[in-house]
Every structure is written in structure tokens, then in C-alpha cells.
Design a protein around this ligand. Structure first.
Ligand code: ATP
Ligand code: MG
Length: 367
């Protein structure tokens, strides 16, 4: 096992005037045995970063260390890592056992050692009864487990996963996610796991790196990233449905949006006066009961759409009444009666769950 250090890691494709910067200087210290998820939208540089750690991609600047060793100039085979990809690419003509054993055979590991390691991996992954099958006789989830088995038997210092679950259907994804968690508990191997799925990131990560356009927007524990997002980007990327972001002008009476001023809930103050973006998650807004009188700090919502998702309802509408053009979403449970489209509800946002972001660069302001 080993720690991983990323120090001012840069990447550009091409040279000279045609150089395309892709990773703009990433710093992160990953502890020995940690499970880190790298999450961000398509094209933000997740795979590039992972491939640089693997040694499959050269780095254009900075330093990567695995344990005490700087690995910038080491070949992938010398880095003591194992990678699991989205396309598990098993050898179709080989049995499950041989697929897992292949890398060890090439490395001339003695036969009985190979058997011990494959049997152990098969036990952990519950593949013991499938060792004689060919890949075509397996389900997608089982194939993905074989691909993980192939990585486990190598007993690497570091696991690198690049969207290993994205070919699986939703149910199997959840199941395999649990297996990966179990695997990490048992083996405790330092892992970097890439995904663009924020639910996967939240549930798997001990800490997560949120990337945007080749930059690290935030590096922290999932509960911190959710509770105190570092920017509007993180706020709208993590959480489903995303955080409501309401740009306005903060003044003594509250937040002015167009022609209307919304009073803030009691105890809430904007950390700045003037242009600012207010954030509040859909689950941190309460809908007032019909017989509850609205008070200062309650906001009217003109209801435009309702989504019924079973245990919860999502109510979409415009804040400050009809025509304010600030769509927001509120999450309620079945206990709240479904509103009529076109009606106006009163909302009570939670004072302790308001977020404030700079109108200039979207960074979090205050605490
Ligand atoms: N070989 C290459 N040459 C030039 N540009 C590249 C090359 N490989 C990747 N890129 C660019 O680098 C950027 C980051 O790509 P990368 O594959 O790391 O994104 P990603 O976050 O993994 O996206 P996805 O979620 O779609 O897999 C993209 O803009 C991509 O077009
Ligand atoms: Mg990728």
C-alpha cells in the first residue's frame, strides 16, 4: 500500500502554439489506504489524470509520487499499480481462472502461488463457482468482477478505476458498488476511482476530488462537499436535484431579484452587500401548510411543474411569484399535498442551510 502525491501536475496535448492545456496544475495528497473518487463532467480531465498516475500518459509538468518514489519517469509496469477500465476486455477464449491468472503467468509467478492468489480473489468476489466458465457465459456484472479479480491478484500498491461500472444497468451498479466497498474494507489498498456519476462519488468516496475544466474545484469528504460546496459549480454538480442558485442583489431588506425583494429568513444575513448568488438545496426548503400564515422570510413560489417520484415529490416553480424567471425546485415527501399547477405556495427556507457565492467567480463566501 502507498500514499499518492500529486504536485502541481500539468498536462497539455500537442506542442508549441497548438498545445492544448487539459490539466491546469493539480495538488493533492492522498493517504495510504484511502479510497478517493475523482468526479466531474465529461471532458474535465478525469481519465487523463488517472492515466498520468498509471504512467499511460506523460505529464507535462509537476510531479507524481507513489509512496516515497517519484514515478514521473517510471514505466507503468514499474509503478506497482493495477487498473480497471470501463471496457473490461477479458480474453474471450480463456476461462475465468485463466483470465485472472494471465498477468501472473506472464510475470512468471510460480503455479501454486498463482492458484492461491486467484482462489483468494475469487472468494472475495464470489466468483469461485464460475472459474471454469468463459466470459461469454457470464453476465456483465460478473465480467466486471473478473476484471477486478485480475487487478486484485496482482496485489498492487494502488488500484486505479476508470468508470468501471458505467456499462452496468442501474441495479447491478448499486450491487457492484457495494462489492467495491467491501473489497476496499478487506484489502485496504489505496484507490483512485473515476466517475461522472455524483451518486457513485458520494457513496463510494472517503474523500472526493471534484474537477471542472482541468482544475480541482474541491477536495474533501463527501459530507463536507455536500454541506459546504466550494463553488457554484460544485453546488450544482453534487446533489440531485442540484442546489437552487439565485443571483440577486443583497441589501438591507434582503435579496433583490429583478423588481422584487425577498426578505431573508430570520437570522440570515448575506456576507456581502451588492451582487451575490444565494444557494439553497431543494431539501432544505419547507412548504407552508395552507392554514399557516406567511411571515417575513417566507418566499412565494408560483408552481409550474410537479414530479412525483414515489417517496418524494419535486415541485418546480418561480420564486417571487409569476414572471420572476427564477426557476427553483423544492423537494417534499408524500405528507405535503400536491399543489395545483399555477397556484402559489409559501416556502420557508432553512436559515442554517443558506449558501452564499461570489457573483464574480462563483466561489463560496463566508463559512
Ligand atoms: N490524446 C489526446 N489528444 C488531445 N486531446 C485529448 C487527448 N486525450 C484527451 N484529450 C482532451 O483532454 C480533455 C480531457 O479528456 P479526458 O478523457 O481526461 O476527460 P474525462 O474527464 O475522462 O471525460 P469522460 O467523462 O468523457 O471520460 C478533453 O477535452 C479531451 O478532448
Ligand atoms: Mg474518461
Amino acid at each position: 500500500m502507498a500514499s499518492i502525491s500529486l504536485r502541481k501536475v500539468l498536462k497539455h496535448y500537442g506542442t508549441g502554439a497548438s498545445a492544448q492545456p487539459v490539466i491546469h496544475g493539480i495538488d493533492a495528497e492522498i493517504d495510504d489506504g484511502e479510497f478517493i473518487v475523482i468526479v466531474g463532467p465529461s471532458g474535465c480531465g478525469k481519465s487523463t489524470l488517472l492515466r498520468m498516475v498509471a504512467g499511460l500518459e506523460e505529464i507535462s509538468g509537476g510531479e507524481i509520487a507513489i509512496g516515497p518514489r517519484v514515478v514521473n519517469d517510471l514505466e507503468p509496469a514499474e509503478r506497482d499499480i493495477a487498473m480497471v477500465f470501463q471496457n473490461y476486455a477479458l480474453y474471450p477464449h480463456m476461462s475465468v481462472f485463466d483470465n485472472m491468472a494471465y498477468g501472473l503467468k506472464i510475470a512468471k509467478v510460480p503455479k501454486d502461488e498463482i492458484k492461491t492468489r486467484v482462489d483468494k480473489a475469487a472468494r472475495i468476489l464470489e466468483l469461485g463457482h464460475l472459474l471454469d466458465r468463459k466470459p461469454r457465459q457470464l453476465s456483465g456484472g460478473q465480467r466486471q468482477r473478473v476484471a477486478m479479480g485480475r487487478a486484485i491478484v496482482r496485489q498492487p500498491q494502488v488500484f486505479l478505476f476508470d468508470e468501471p461500472l458505467s456499462n452496468l444497468d442501474a441495479k447491478l451498479r448499486v450491487q457492484t458498488r457495494l462489492e467495491i466497498q467491501k473489497l476496499h474494507r478487506e484489502l485496504g489498498i489505496t484507490s483512485l476511482f473515476v466517475t461522472h456519476d455524483q451518486v457513485e462519488a458520494m457513496t463510494l468516496a472517503q474523500r472526493m476530488i471534484v474537477m471542472n475544466g482541468g482544475r480541482m474545484e474541491q477536495f474533501g469528504r463527501p459530507e463536507t462537499v455536500y454541506a459546504r460546496p466550494a463553488s457554484t459549480f460544485v453546488a450544482s454538480f453534487i446533489g440531485s436535484p442540484p442546489m437552487n442558485l439565485v443571483p440577486g442583489d443583497a441589501g438591507p431588506d434582503g435579496l433583490t431579484i429583478g423588481a422584487r425583494t425577498l426578505a431573508l429568513p430570520p437570522g440570515a444575513v448575506s456576507p456581502v452587500q451588492g451582487p451575490v448568488t444565494l444557494g439553497i438545496r431543494p431539501e432544505h426548503i419547507r412548504v407552508l401548510a395552507a392554514d399557516e400564515p406567511p411571515a417575513p422570510g417566507h418566499w412565494p413560489l408560483f408552481v409550474e411543474m410537479v414530479e412525483i417520484l414515489g417517496a418524494e415529490h419535486l415541485i418546480y416553480g418561480q420564486l417571487g411569484g409569476q414572471g420572476s424567471e427564477r426557476p427553483v425546485v423544492v423537494r417534499t415527501d408524500e405528507s405535503v399535498p400536491l399543489p395545483e399547477i399555477g397556484s402559489t405556495l409559501q416556502l420557508a427556507p432553512r436559515t442554517d442551510r443558506l449558501h452564499w457565492f461570489s457573483a464574480q467567480d462563483g466561489r463560496r463566501i463566508g463559512d
